[in-house]
Design a protein around this ligand. Structure first.
Ligand code: URP
Ligand code: ZN
Ligand code: ZN
Length: 460
């Protein structure tokens, strides 16, 4: 099976040039001008288009038991949505409960993806409890190719761990050479603020923000960084939403903490005004940390352009408006947290980032793909276009003009925060390890073609 992408302009994180790309089976085997076309080769004409490496979403929830319900997607819907939108690899959060065996949970999560996913995938392994047994199981999971942990400082009584557990989990991570990704919000502060607001009769979605203001997140980042510094563990703050927490991360970096920062497309495009929409519409925009004051958007665009923030993820966590979000109709603390966006991240990053001149195309590739591959041990197999890399590519049509519509989305959820938004480009062809997986907004790939990306620890 061979594939030739002809006459396109290749754009990676650090280069831009015109050439053909030849792929034999699942990998790129030759890049150069005017390549020959062996018989039986599928040819994709990329004239007038850009060719990017497949995009990587480093923070996704597909199976998520959370706040008394489950997130809506399965790998069937989510992997199609990812591919149509240009994401060829996703990293799902494996989030076991405190009482669960990490190893059993890992097998359970893996079983949901293997044989069904159309795109490649891997996991950040959630650490919801830390003891001797958990430590020995986590070691086995790392040996199976899962080179990152996930911890929650938030969600008291659910996924959140104690400081003692945090200390030991970070020590183990250092020993094993894995990076620890973390949800940074002070759980006790959130809990106390929630009780206070509810006691004052403040029950609507807009109060979610006030139960977890910026300083609560900044405290979480500082807290994590302080603990990580004790062991020199490499850390990654997920869904960083505001200037206060970014500053805490940069201050930690200044004093030598190995810290990487992720933000989300939602924080770049939406604000706390959305969570204030009337008629409970605001619940569609409830996530944690909350959408922030609009002025943060410029801070994050600049921080991305200057390399202070490494990645733009989605934290895709789909809950229907119709029934699931309504669980919190009379109490904002019961609104399932999360905003879907797996399908639209890349298009919005292009439309609001590249088309407006906030990011160069190289930066777009870097923050949407390459950095995630490097930080999480997948580079250069993923995250670039090079001989030997997996043939995951996005042929991008910069002339396309259209609108995002909830009506034809692949994500299995009844709303879309970008419904009706204009886009200024989209993937015209997406290849997944050498197979054409999407064309012009339609899934054309194969369920089950996706594989677990096994990763070696690199963060010693
Ligand atoms: O609101 C969010 N972010 N929901 C998903 C769970 C998490 O905290 O990542
Ligand atoms: Zn989180
Ligand atoms: Zn998340």
């Amino acid at each position: 099976m061979s594939l030739l992408i002809k006459d396109g302009e290749i754009v990676t994180a650090d280069a831009r040039y015109k050439a053909d790309i030849f792929c034999a089976d699942e990998q790129i085997t030759c890049i150069g001008p005017n390549l020959e076309v062996p018989k039986g080769t599928t040819v994709i004409n990329a004239k007038g288009k850009y060719v990017f490496p497949g995009f990587i979403d480093p923070h996704v929830h597909i199976y998520l038991p959370f706040m008394g319900t489950y997130s809506k997607d399965t790998y069937k819907s989510a992997s199609k949505a990812a591919l149509v939108g240009g994401t060829t690899t996703l990293i799902e959060m494996c989030c076991p409960g405190r009482e669960e065996s990490p190893l059993e949970a890992y097998k359970f999560w893996l079983n949901k993806a293997e044989g069904l996913s159309a795109c490649d995938f891997t996991f950040h392994m959630g650490v919801a409890r830390f003891d001797k047994q958990a430590a020995s199981e986590l070691k086995k999971i790392v040996e199976d190719g899962i080179a990152s942990f996930k911890i929650f400082l938030a969600y008291k009584g659910a996924f959140g761990i104690s400081d003692e557990e945090l200390y030991h989990a970070l020590a183990l991570a250092k020993k094993l050479g894995v990076i620890v990704t973390a949800h940074c919000e002070n759980a006790d502060l959130v809990y106390e603020m929630q009780k206070k607001l509810l006691s004052e009769g403040k029950i609507g979605p807009k109060w979610h923000y006030w139960s977890r203001p910026p300083m609560v997140e900044a405290e979480g980042v500082h807290h994590l960084a302080t603990f990580a510094q004790m062991h020199d563990t490499h850390i990654y703050t997920v869904h960083t939403s505001c200037r206060e927490s970014l500053r805490a991360a940069l201050r930690a970096r200044e004093r030598g903490v190995k810290i990487w920062v992720e933000t989300l497309i939602q924080y770049l495009t939406h604000s706390k005004d959305d969570a204030e929409r009337p008629n409970f519409e605001g619940s569609k925009y409830v996530m944690s940390p909350p959408l922030r004051d609009k002025s943060n958007q410029e801070v994050f665009w600049n921080a991305l352009a200057q390399g202070m923030v490494s990645t733009v993820a989605t934290d895709h966590a789909p809950f229907d408006f119709r029934d699931q979000k309504r669980m919190g109709l009379k109490d904002f603390t019961k609104i399932p947290n999360g905003i879907p966006s797996l399908e639209d991240r890349v298009k919005m990053l292009w439309t609001k980032g590249v088309s407006t001149g906030k990011l160069t195309m190289n930066q777009f590739v870097d923050v949407g793909s390459t950095q995630a591959a490097k930080i999480f041990g997948m580079f250069p197999r993923k995250g670039t276009i090079a001989v030997g890399s997996d043939a995951d590519m996005v042929v991008w049509d910069p002339k396309y003009r259209g609108k995002i519509s909830v009506k034809n989305q692949y994500m299995d959820v009844d709303y879309n925060p970008y419904d009706g938004w204009e886009i200024t480009g989209r993937p015209s062809v997406v290849t997944m390890r050498g197979q054409v997986a999407a064309r012009n907004g339609k899934f054309t790939g194969k369920l089950g073609h996706g594989k677990l990306v096994r990763r070696e620890p690199t963060h010693f």
